[in-house]
Write a protein that binds this ligand. Structure first.
Ligand code: GLP
Length: 272
């Protein structure tokens, strides 16, 4: 694990030697005191990626970890120069990681609805700019193929933003998951449906059983990855990730093989 060049009293950056059992890894870990501080840094990284040249599509995630990040990002953009907002609107193209099978953008539990509310409406981005798998497609397997091909045709992702599931999933790549799996239709674990029940009135049985997700292969093909982990509930899985060698049992552990992963964590997530 590389050491970040940024070190202040408020930030703690860890080298491989500080993590017992840590494999040789390209993950650069940066620990910040609060989830708000993490959101601010993640929003800056996102803005940086939006303005970088050559322009490449963004890879975006949904979930609770992303809520303060997108809020910080939209506040940053809205408080910035009109020119930046115009550039963003003119050039934005993002590919989300996943969508529930059976849900369309009109369903409040869908990730498409999340994206519209958190980025589309506040920034004036169209649905054609905020791409997700079509959860309402009649043939979800064919839709997964189409979505994976669309991402390939767009040249792959520049910056991929990721959250971390409690069982180590990224996107909806549930364990066990090999590093070469591509975009496909998957069945969700009961624990994942439980973890995501809040968006469905707290009832896990209302969380769809299947989803379309980009695979570890597409994720690892991104030029850069920003993994964000916040909150005490994630501390055990983050500890496992930091200590584990790449393995199908912990899908996020394949990220150790990527040369450019920045991991932003808050103190609570590091407190295991
Ligand atoms: C979800 C999503 C992921 C998300 C992760 C963590 O199930 N498929 O894209 O990043 O799990 O979610 P949360 O941030 O809500 O903990």
């Amino acid at each position: 694990m590389r050491t970040s060049s940024v070190t202040t009293t408020e930030e703690r950056c860890c080298a491989a030697g500080e993590q017992p059992g840590s494999p040789d890894s390209g993950i650069q870990l940066q620990v910040l005191p609060t989830a708000e501080a993490v959101a601010e840094q993640a929003a800056l990284a996102l803005l940086d990626a939006c303005l970088a040249r050559p322009r490449r599509p963004l890879g975006l995630a949904t979930g609770r970890t992303m809520v303060p990040i997108y809020a910080a990002f939209t506040a940053m953009v809205q408080g910035g120069s009109p020119r930046t907002l115009e550039t963003l609107r003119n050039h934005w193209r993002s590919f989300n990681l996943d969508e529930y099978v059976g849900l369309g953008p009109e369903d409040p539990g869908s990730f498409a609805a999340d994206m519209r509310a958190s980025l589309g409406q506040p920034l004036g981005l169209s649905t054609a700019q905020l791409l997700l798998p079509d959860g309402r497609a009649a043939d979800p397997d064919a839709e997964a193929q189409r979505y994976g091909a669309a991402l390939r045709e767009a040249g792959g992702v520049g910056l991929q933003v990721l959250g971390l599931g409690l069982n180590g999933h990224v996107g909806f790549n549930e364990p066990p998951c090999a590093a070469d799996r591509r975009c496909r239709c998957v069945s969700l674990r009961a624990s994942t449906r439980q973890a995501n029940a809040a968006a469905f009135g707290g009832d896990p049985s209302r969380v769809p059983e299947r989803a379309i997700t980009l695979g570890l292969a597409e994720i690892l093909e991104a030029e850069r990855i920003l993994l964000v982990v916040t909150g005490a509930a994630k501390a055990p899985v983050l500890r496992r990730l930091l200590q584990s060698s790449p393995s199908a049992d912990l899908p996020a552990s394949w990220l150790h093989r990527h040369p450019r992963v920045r991991l932003l964590a808050d103190a609570a997530a590091m407190a295991a």
